[in-house]
Design a protein around this ligand. Structure first.
Ligand code: SF4
Length: 313
C-alpha cells in the first residue's frame, strides 16, 4: 500500500491558501487544513464550527481543524516584534505564531510538512524573500515549509527533495498580479471566490485604528474586550471606555459576550445596550449617551416625558 504524504495547510480561507491546498491535493497529498481563529478572523466558527467542517468536506480536503489562539494572539497584538502592517495587522508575528502552533501539532497528526498560500512579493512587508525566510526560521520550520504558489522561486524544501511532491508541478507566482490565480480558479472550477486576505478585521481601517488606540493607551485588552472591540460604537475618554450597540443584533451579541462581567445598561424605552468596559462613569453620563442614540428616548423627552436608565447587570 502506498502511503500518501500529509501536508498541514494553514487555511485562512483566502484564495491563495485555498489554491495551495488544491494544488497539493492534485498531487495526491493528504490535506489537513487548520484554521486559527480569534475575534479578528474566523470567529464565526466559534459559534458554528460545523459550517467549517462542511466546507472542508466540500473541498475534498482530508481533515479540518479549528484552533482558538486568542490568548496568545493578544500578546503579539499588544507588542508585535516585527511591527504592524497598514493597520493593526501584525502579519509577520501572526504567521510565526500560527506556524509554531502548527509545528507543535505536526507529530501528533503525522504531517510531513506545512504548506501556506504565501506568494513571493505579494505584500511588500510580510512576503518578500527575506521575510519569508525569517518566518520559516523563527517558526523552527527550516526546510519543512512549502509555499506551493511560489515554490519554484524559492529553495527546494524537504518534501520536494524527498519527492513527496513534484517541484515541477508547483508554481512560480511572484507579485500582486492575480492572473495565474484567475486561471487556477477556472481550472479548479471554484464557484465562490474568496477574498485574498481571508477577511482579517485587523486590516479594516476603522477597526484597525480603534485597536491601535486601545493598545497605545494601554486600555484593557483581553479575551472579552477583544470580542467587544469589533462591535458597536466606542467612547474613549480618560480612563473611561464605554461601548454602545448599533442595532438589535449587536445589542444581543454584546449582552451575550459581556454576560454580566461588566456593568451593562439600557433605557426604559428602545435604546442601545451600553457596556462600561473601563472606569466608573456617572450614571447620568451613560444615560445622556444612550439618549443621544435612541430616537424613542428623544421623542419622549421632547414631549416632556421621563426616560430612565435601566441596569442589565
Ligand atoms: S492579514 Fe491578519 S490573519 Fe493574515 S497574516 Fe496578517 S494579521 Fe494574520
Amino acid at each position: 500500500m502506498v502511503i500518501m504524504p500529509t501536508a498541514f495547510l494553514l487555511f485562512s480561507e483566502g484564495l491563495d491558501s485555498l489554491l495551495s491546498g488544491l494544488i497539493l491535493k492534485e498531487q495526491k497529498v493528504n490535506i489537513i487544513a487548520v484554521k486559527f481563529i480569534t475575534p479578528f478572523f474566523g470567529w464565526k466558527y466559534k459559534e458554528d464550527p460545523t459550517s467549517f467542517y462542511k466546507k472542508i468536506e466540500e473541498l475534498n480536503f482530508d481533515k479540518g481543524i479549528l484552533i482558538d489562539i486568542t490568548e496568545e494572539y493578544i500578546k503579539i497584538l499588544k507588542n508585535p516584534q516585527y511591527g504592524y502592517g497598514d493597520y493593526a495587522n501584525p502579519c509577520i508575528d501572526c504567521k510565526i505564531l500560527m506556524l509554531r502552533k502548527a509545528k507543535e501539532l505536526m507529530a501528533e497528526l503525522k504531517a510531513d510538512f506545512i504548506a501556506t498560500g504565501e506568494v513571493l512579493g505579494q505584500r511588500p512587508m510580510s512576503q518578500n524573500k527575506n521575510t519569508l525566510a525569517l518566518i520559516e526560521e523563527k517558526a523552527g520550520l527550516k526546510g519543512l515549509l512549502l509555499r506551493p504558489l511560489s515554490a519554484k522561486l524559492l529553495s527546494p524544501t524537504e518534501p520536494e527533495l524527498k519527492k513527496l511532491v513534484d517541484r515541477e508541478k508547483l508554481l512560480d507566482i511572484r507579485g500582486r498580479k492575480r492572473n495565474i490565480q484567475l486561471e487556477l480558479i477556472k481550472k479548479f472550477q471554484i464557484k465562490e471566490i474568496p477574498t485574498p486576505s481571508g477577511g482579517c478585521l485587523l486590516t479594516d481601517p476603522q477597526i484597525g485604528k480603534r485597536i491601535l488606540t486601545i493598545v497605545k493607551e494601554k486600555r484593557p485588552l483581553n479575551y472579552l474586550t477583544s470580542q467587544l472591540l469589533i462591535l458597536g460604537r466606542h467612547f474613549l475618554e480618560e480612563k473611561i471606555w464605554i461601548l454602545l450597540g448599533r442595532n438589535q443584533e449587536e445589542n444581543e451579541k454584546i449582552k451575550k459576550i459581556v454576560n454580566k462581567v461588566y456593568k451593562t445598561y439600557t433605557l426604559n424605552v428602545p435604546a442601545p445596550t451600553a457596556v462600561v468596559i473601563e472606569g466608573n462613569p456617572p450614571e447620568e453620563y451613560i444615560k445622556k449617551l444612550l439618549i443621544k442614540y435612541s430616537k424613542k428616548a428623544k421623542l419622549r423627552i421632547s414631549k416632556g416625558e421621563r426616560v430612565d436608565l435601566v441596569s442589565l447587570s
